[in-house]
Design a protein around this ligand. Structure first.
Ligand code: FES
Length: 133
């Protein structure tokens, strides 16, 4: 039912954990099953310097999060924000149709973490601008 790569990332997931003082955090839930995922990113010069995740989810969610973190590490924010759930599933050699929704969780959490970072950045810049006035 699952590809070898899915099993590999499920049994030995990469980048599991939490980043202290992350630059962005994305927390998303899957309404279909109630599973939850958190993604933490460190950003340096507009690139993902480090990424970690933790999930209360199924095996497919763990595998997709694991490979998603590997796919975005070192990438620019613009590249990472465009990560699609299909690209995540394809990178794992496909997912069973009934498990495709699990890959949304990983891609959505990546986007949410980047949006969180960008909104904080914007806030910091605005604050700076206001102080200068
Ligand atoms: Fe919940 Fe897969 S069944 S994320």
């Amino acid at each position: 039912m699952y590809s070898e790569l899915v099993m590999q990332h499920f049994t030995d997931p990469q980048n599991v954990g939490v980043i202290d003082e992350p630059d962005g955090v994305g927390k998303v839930g899957n309404p279909m099953c109630g599973d939850v995922m958190e993604m933490f990113i460190k950003v340096k010069e507009n690139h993902i310097e480090d990424v970690k995740f933790r999930t209360f989810g199924c095996g497919a969610a763990i595998a997709t999060s694991s490979i998603a973190t590997e796919m975005i590490k070192g990438k620019s924010l613009d590249e990472a924000v465009n990560l699609s759930n299909k690209a995540v599933a394809d990178a794992l050699g496909g997912l069973p149709a009934q498990k495709m929704h699990c890959s949304n969780l990983a891609a959505d959490a990546v986007r949410a973490a980047i949006e969180d970072y960008r909104s904080k950045e914007k806030g910091t810049k605005n604050e700076g601008e206001q102080r200068e006035e």
